[in-house]
Design a protein around this ligand. Structure first.
Ligand code: NAG
Ligand code: NAG
Ligand code: NAG
Ligand code: NAG
Length: 559
């Protein structure tokens, strides 16, 4: 009966296509084609497509007689094609909804030179990309109707995550362009689709001024939401509208824009799904300092702070550990096996443009961090960070860069652009507008991998599911089996909004031909919506299977 299930396009044979397979190691792979626009925001919208969003401007990729600022990257062919965007998506947020549609929210209020005339401003925008059946994205537009479909409040630099009912919780931002600190804050929450007529005021966002842009937020397995901004953190109860104040991030370290550290919800495991959050990088500095007194050479912190969000964990508070080097504007991204990739960013300086005393051209940061590292959450403290075996890139990925885990199991990396305008490499600037796309490939990309041969398109919560698999001979004897359900998230500004990894209880049949796993119990553990399922044996991960977790229904409009 398993064979009657829909077979998804699981296998692109990315690694298999190269004539002589390189030896299994981590490596950067530079793609021949460019992104055409700066991949300032990236989100996987289907098993084969990543949407890039940029700002309006003078990018080389053209559409309808103007520079594009939206594009679809085809993971099979490493080619890009422009997509028409109506409003300026500069510094927007986004996520996938419970019905599989992508919603990009907020953006830039101002109009940059070279825009098509009459462009509506983007800071109240809602941009919808409906699930696209075409693997190449043919005939799949980005839908906008600014008059009838928009946010309640203008937001530049907001964050958004899918919550337990499949809708988005949208948090914070600024109303208009600000130069550095958040001086015109949207210190509120709202939902998409809207549940209420007015946004909810947030005391937390008020307390975390003026460094609270792109708040780092996570849906917790009890339905509440963890938030960290500046050096403070809370748990917000959406139903009761209450906040529980947690301890500050230690040692004066601040972690949200313009002091960009990053944060990640560590993998959730059955049966308890106890949430733990890791917050890394940023800078130990005071707010508000006159940005002119800050320097592009100020060292970023190597501090990571980890907290377990149980009663005991909160009582213990943040536990401090250190990355191999200081990093700001970094991203933390799940590997299918539950490790965390630390990548991109700079070793000194700040986010934002031309506000510090000694900017590097337009940028506030310097000394690109070119060597990624791995964090292994389950190892003892002191042994968790390592950049051993990780390659060094020669492409800076500083401000306005992005990275995402792909359904194939590697990482797609694009951007950066710490410049006011599109600034080509020929400008001679140290950090031009970067159009080169590369992947970071884990060793398993050039190994024989387990394969999930088919997967139902839709999975219910709390279901036992059996699917056919193959396991390479080299892994047949292994008992280290992990099955993860992953939200690949939305990458921009040093935060992977919505990213989530939930391990599922799993067994492999005695004949090694079938995998049985149990899906999470409810939408609090994994908010209903698209997910990618990976089978990992001995740290060798399969390509992911794209599924709809839950009914696939549209999110509700009232609580
Ligand atoms: C990409 O570039 C590499 C190295 O220059 C070359 O070997 C390969 O043929 C190119 N691939 C395509 C599809 O153009
Ligand atoms: C695009 O530009 C070309 C050359 O300027 C012009 O001939 C053409 O009519 C324009 N097309 C549209 C759709 O505006
Ligand atoms: C957090 O920031 C506030 C305001 O700058 C400061 O007073 C406080 O000491 C900081 N907390 C820690 C633990 O450094
Ligand atoms: C999903 O829900 C959103 C929000 O209500 C809506 O705009 C979109 O059209 C829906 N997509 C589908 C495929 O139903």
């Amino acid at each position: 009966m398993w064979y009657t299930l829909c077979v998804l396009p699981l296998l692109f044979g990315l690694a298999a296509s190269s004539p002589k397979a390189p030896s299994p190691r981590w490596r950067f792979d530079l793609k021949n084609t460019t992104s055409g626009i700066v991949a300032l925001e990236s989100i996987v919208v289907s098993p084969t497509l990543v949407m890039f969003l940029d700002r309006t401007g003078a990018a080389p990729l053209q559409i309808n007689n103007h520079s594009a600022w939206g594009a679809l990257w085809d993971l099979r062919t490493s080619t890009v094609k422009p997509i028409e965007v109506l409003t300026d998506s500069f510094c927007a947020s986004g996520a996938l909804l419970s019905n599989g549609s992508m919603a990009s929210v907020g953006g830039d209020p101002s109009l940059f030179p070279g825009n098509p005339a009459g462009l509506p401003t983007g800071n109240q925008a809602v941009r919808i990309f409906e699930p696209c059946a075409s693997p190449s994205g043919r005939g799949c537009p980005l839908f906008e109707d600014p008059d009838n479909l928009h946010l309640l409040e203008p937001r530049w630099y907001p964050s958004s995550i899918r919550i337990y009912d499949g809708s988005l919780l949208i948090v914070g931002g600024t109303h208009v362009n600000v130069a550095f600190w958040n001086t015109d804050p949207a210190n509120t929450f709202e939902f998409f689709p809207a549940k209420e007529a007015t946004p909810r005021p947030s005391k937390f966002l008020e307390r975390t001024m003026p460094s609270n842009l792109f708040p780092r937020i996570f849906a917790l397995p009890d339905g509440r939401v963890f938030m960290v901004a500046n050096n403070q953190s809370i748990i917000y109860d959406i139903v009761k509208k209450t906040e529980t104040i947690l301890p500050d991030i230690p040692n004066n370290v601040r972690v949200t824009n313009p002091i960009d550290g990053s944060a990640i919800l560590l993998p959730l495991s059955p049966p308890l799904y106890e949430p733990e959050v890791l917050v890394c990088g940023g800078t130990a500095t005071n707010t508000p300092d006159d940005p002119k007194k800050l320097s592009s050479q100020t060292p970023a912190t190597s501090q990571c702070s980890r907290i377990k969000l149980t009663k005991e964990g909160i009582a213990r508070g943040w536990v401090v550990e250190h990355m191999s080097e200081g990093r700001t504007m970094l991203e933390l991204v799940h590997l299918p096996n539950g490790q965390v990739l630390i990548i991109n960013g700079a070793k000194t300086g700040f986010a934002a443009l031309a506000s510090v005393g000694d900017p590097v051209d337009d940028g506030n940061a310097d000394h690109a961090a070119l060597t990624p590292e791995l964090y292994t959450p389950w190892l003892p403290k002191g042994k968790r960070f390592s950049n051993k075996g990780l390659p060094t890139s020669d492409i800076p990925r500083v401000y306005h860069s992005s990275v995402t885990l792909t359904p194939q199991g590697n990482f797609l990396i694009g951007g950066s652009n710490p410049n006011f305008n599109f600034t080509p490499a020929a400008s001679g600037r140290k950090f031009p507008s970067e159009l080169r796309i590369q992947t970071l490939d884990p060793p398993f990309m050039s190994m024989d991998r387990p394969r999930i041969l088919s997967m139902p398109k839709k999975l219910r919560f709390g279901a036992r599911v059996t699917v056919p698999i193959t396991i390479p001979r080299s892994l047949l004897g292994s008992s280290d089996i992990k099955v993860s359900l992953v939200d690949l998230g939305f990458s921009t500004h040093a935060f992977h909004s919505g990213a989530r990894l939930v391990f599922m209880e799993a067994t492999i049949s005695r004949d090694k031909k079938f995998l049985t796993f149990r899906t999470p119990p409810n939408g609090k553990v994994y908010p209903p919506g698209p997910a990618t399922i990976f089978l990992t044996i001995d740290d060798v991960s399969s390509e992911g299977a794209w599924v709809m977790m839950g009914s696939g229904a549209s999110p509700p409009v009232s609580e």
